[in-house]
Design a protein around this ligand. Structure first.
Ligand SMILES: Nc1ncnc2c1ncn2[C@@H]1O[C@H](COP(=O)(O)OP(=O)(O)OP(=O)(O)O)[C@@H](O)[C@H]1O
Length: 236
């Protein structure tokens, strides 16, 4: 890992209007993430985790403050530039895999990477992820864990600057969750790319380089793990 910051958030606020009330989903967030870090973001339901990830991924815009990604101020981006940023620089993994149901495994990955600037080989990534025998399967023919693998392959094959994962194991059992988390940790290690994982499960904090705790839209704590734990050893 280098010491270069890949993300710098300065005094970021996101305010939603809910009836007559203003909700500070992000309330003065200051955060630096180093290139190649594995970051886990924890916090209770409604704390503001998804809001933070959506702001980083260019899916939502700040109410105030600045977000700099890889030396570029994305918080000043127009809708068009944000769309290119999402396409080229960000890989997303969600709790529910969001695969295209009438495309095969390989087609799902190829479709997404065909829009990216500098994609990796979809077949190679699917092989690495253990889906070498499932190229021709449709999503309904795959287990939940396999579908999440396709979603991860799809995100990785774009060769993104950042891999953003929102509750990637939320719908999976213990064993499958660990397999999926291992893939994310391996990607981080092999490709030296920044991976950010949102979770309710505080045990996952042990696999991170950096753990960010969010509470009521604010950063409650940032901890650095000197000795992060291999995913295989996590128990919950
Ligand atoms: N589009 C929106 N309009 C109004 N309020 C919103 C909107 N999106 C989020 N909020 C509010 O912002 C706060 C933070 O929501 P967010 O989804 O970021 O939390 P979270 O930590 O990801 O929660 P969960 O773990 O349940 O997904 C909550 O109070 C939520 O109700």
């Amino acid at each position: 890992m280098t010491n270069k910051s890949i993300i710098e958030m300065r005094e970021v606020c996101k305010i939603y209007q809910s009836g007559n009330e203003q909700v500070y989903a992000a309330n003065n967030l200051n955060l630096k993430i180093t290139d190649g870090e594995l970051v886990v973001i924890v916090g209770a339901s409604g704390a503001g985790k998804t809001t933070l990830l959506n702001l980083l991924g260019g899916m939502d815009t700040v109410s105030s403050g600045e977000i700099n990604v890889n030396g570029v101020m994305i918080s000043n981006y127009s809708e068009k530039k944000l769309s290119l940023y999402r396409r080229n620089d960000v890989g997303f993994v969600f709790q529910f895999y969001n695969l295209i149901s009438n495309l095969t495994t390989l087609e799902n990955v190829e479709f997404s990477s065909s829009f990216a600037k500098n994609p990796l080989d979809p077949q190679k990534i699917l092989q690495e992820i253990g889906l070498g025998k499932k190229f021709a399967s449709f999503p309904t023919e795959l287990s939940g864990g396999q579908q999440q693998r396709v979603a991860i392959a799809r995100a990785i094959a774009k060769n993104p600057l950042l891999l953003l994962c929102d509750e990637p194991t939320g719908a999976l059992d213990f064993k499958t969750s660990k397999e999926v988390l291992s893939l994310l940790a391996n990607f981080n290690k092999t490709y030296q790319k920044t991976v950010i994982i949102i979770t309710h499960n505080s045990v996952l904090a042990q696999m991170a380089d950096k753990v960010v705790k969010i509470k009521d839209g604010k950063i409650a704590n940032i901890a650095i793990n000197k000795n992060k734990m291999p995913v295989e050893k996590l128990e919950w």
